[in-house]
Design a protein around this ligand. Structure first.
Ligand code: SF4
Ligand code: SF4
Length: 334
């Protein structure tokens, strides 16, 4: 008989529960440079449109934290070689950040460094990652570009948007603590292609094609959006899944940004516009949605057979009809 796993102690359960309660709502305001190298554009569109909130177990969240904690140690290691390492931008006191497409796309650097032994006069973007032993061995054998194209894409974006021409990739093996270090050269053509890809995803009103029509395809099996993508339904109700919402680029001066703080938001960034209420929406409003929410028809596994003000009717795959009705009197404009 197989051995039963040990029952979790109350303390262990409480530790994991603490991570789970602190993980937020699973929605990221922008499309992250760290994921733009994902092979499925549809998955990225779903991420950006908050179709399925990212939820993780306490154990996994603690593992992510291990990766973050490792960053301080790698910085210390680099400084011990004589390098100058900046983890924050001296002008802002915050992490170096890059943005594009009106702030809908962006990411934060682990740091920048000068005085590296390989090229002491050249500033480098720093990217630190932890790996399982299997992933680490593949990385050592093939290099980051082939073994971890998503990480390579992230560094290309960071170099392109900061104007820094080199990146230093530092990988840590979680099982053995071995380090792997690689220098990457900027490839602006590749970065431009990635930026174009980000723009196509951000401003698309419809989901891009699937990477595979087979639900058992290996990338689909591990995808957070598998159920929505291959079966339909199960979509989170937020403004980003509403057919009235559109991401816009840089805003004209006179636009009401919908900032919940009431203060004028920066006009050189984009935002989300609601055509139903003809106004911009702040992040909190996008999360809450309003009673006039209507699903983007591509997210419903059926065919639109009728539509009117605040109502859309579908013929579903099994022949039944379903009406997405937002006409109720309590559907107050936000
Ligand atoms: S389930 Fe597959 S096709 Fe659908 S979004 Fe995920 S990876 Fe892409
Ligand atoms: S405010 Fe309401 S109608 Fe407008 S995008 Fe959000 S959910 Fe849709």
């Amino acid at each position: 008989m197989a051995e039963l796993p040990e029952a979790p102690t109350p303390t262990l359960t409480a530790i994991y529960a603490d991570y789970e309660t602190r993980q937020g709502d699973g929605f990221r305001d922008h499309l992250g440079a760290s994921i733009i190298g994902k092979s499925c554009a549809r998955a990225l569109w779903y991420d950006f449109r908050w179709i399925t909130p990212a939820r993780h177990s306490g154990r996994l969240l603690r593992l992510f934290e291990t990766g973050q904690l490792e960053e301080d140690r790698v910085v210390r290691n680099l400084r011990a070689t004589g390098a100058t390492v900046l983890e924050v931008d001296p002008e802002t006191g915050r992490q170096f950040r890059v943005e594009a497409h009106g702030g809908h796309f962006g990411g934060s650097l682990d740091g920048v460094a000068l005085g590296l032994l390989e090229a002491p006069k050249t500033w480098h973007v720093l990217e630190f990652k932890t790996h399982s032993v299997k992933s680490f061995n593949e990385l050592v054998a093939k290099g980051v570009v082939l073994a971890k194209p998503q990480h390579a894409a992230q560094m290309q974006i960071y170099m392109h948007l900061t104007g820094i021409t080199r990146a230093l990739y530092v990988a840590v093996c979680k099982d053995t603590d071995a380090l792997h270090i690689e220098r990457i050269e900027a490839d602006h053509a590749m970065a431009e292609r990635l930026l174009e890809k980000a723009g196509r995803i951000i401003f698309a009103q419809h989901p891009p094609a699937r990477i595979s029509e087979d639900p058992a395809w290996f990338e689909c099996r591990f995808c957070d959006h598998h159920a929505t993508c291959h079966d339909g339904g199960g979509v989170a109700v937020t403004c980003r899944s509403c057919l009235h919402a559109t991401p816009v680029g840089a805003l004209p001066e006179e636009v009401d940004t919908g900032s919940s703080s009431g203060s004028a938001a920066s006009k050189d960034v984009g935002g989300w516009h609601c055509a139903r209420h003809d106004r911009m929406l702040g992040p909190a409003e996008q999360r809450a949605a309003c009673g006039r929410h209507l699903f983007i028809p591509d997210l419903i596994p059926g065919e639109v057979i009728d539509a009117g003000d605040d109502v859309v009717t579908y013929r579903m795959a099994d022949g039944s009809t379903w009406t997405n009705d937002a006409r109720s009197p309590e559907a107050a404009p936000c």
